[in-house]
Design a protein around this ligand. Structure first.
Ligand code: SF4
Ligand code: SF4
Length: 188
């Protein structure tokens, strides 16, 4: 029995069995469609519901959506949002965010801030390439958040629609929050 086993092992070794088994796997995969993306030359299709970097949005006429209510700051479980709101001196009924910060290094991409916003001023985008050697640049201020919102506006709208927070057949100003009549008049 032992001699039989030894002969078998010697035969396997002489015929390089392991190498042929490995080559079989290699040849099999040569005729399969590759599943590896050659990033960054090839980019994946990102789904609309993807939770990427946050951006601040404007209405189609360029007016900032954010009314500085701080609800996103309260909803954030990571305490990484800071909103400083101020009153518009020309329009006393209106407030806006004079400063807005998101520390993206602390963000867990839960989307609670987006859900909490009554005017859909915040949304997640498909932006994910913002790695850096300087961590300080990951404290997004209002300017950076507006830039992201402007650049990825279509993605952000798709995010809101995918998460049922905005409908594509409805004007965003009319969705979720109804502005008081004097405010609406002041906007027209
Ligand atoms: S996605 Fe979540 S963790 Fe990130 S800022 Fe919004 S509420 Fe905070
Ligand atoms: S982003 Fe939305 S929730 Fe946050 S302060 Fe502005 S309006 Fe309020």
């Amino acid at each position: 029995m032992r001699i039989g086993l030894l002969t078998k092992k010697l035969l396997h070794a002489a015929l390089f069995d392991e190498i042929w088994d490995a080559m079989k796997v290699t040849f099999k995969h040569m005729f399969h469609r590759p599943i590896t993306f050659q990033y960054p030359r090839e980019q994946r299709t990102i789904p609309d519901a993807h939770r990427g970097a946050l951006g601040l949005l404007r209405y189609d006429d360029g007016v900032e959506r954010c009314v500085g209510c701080d609800l996103c700051e309260v909803a954030c479980p990571s305490h990484c949002i800071k909103v400083v709101s101020a009153e518009d001196k020309n329009l006393p009924l209106e407030r806006y965010a004079s400063e807005f910060y998101i520390d993206i290094t602390k963000c867990v991409f839960c989307g609670y801030c987006v859900e909490a916003c009554p005017v859909n001023a915040l949304a997640m985008t498909k932006m994910y390439e913002y790695s850096t050697h300087d961590k300080r640049t990951l404290l997004f201020d209002k300017k950076r958040l507006n830039e992201i919102g402007d650049r990825y506006l279509e993605d952000a709208k798709k995010y809101l629609i995918a998460h049922n927070q905005e409908k594509d057949d409805q004007r965003s100003r009319e969705y979720r929050y109804f502005f008081p009549e004097p405010v609406l008049k002041s906007k027209n």
